[in-house]
Design a protein around this ligand. Sequence first.
Ligand SMILES: [Zn+2]
Length: 71
Amino acid sequence: MHPFRWVPADGGRHATADVRLAGAYAAGEVIGSLCGRSVMVAEGTEIAWLWPTCPQCNHEARSLVAAGAGT
Ligand SMILES: [Zn+2]
């Protein structure tokens, strides 16, 4: 379990550390993403999940995973 989630927002898939205990993010909710932007969560449709992954979020997420390896 890593301390971030991928969410479809602003036309791309961003990772966020704004983890909700309840699980899901509400469409229209503004969250802080790992790339340092504030992005608005989109509806979790199949199309939304086909959006391109934000390269900066991908980089940050990989760093978090590497840092947490073995824990
Ligand atoms: Zn991003």
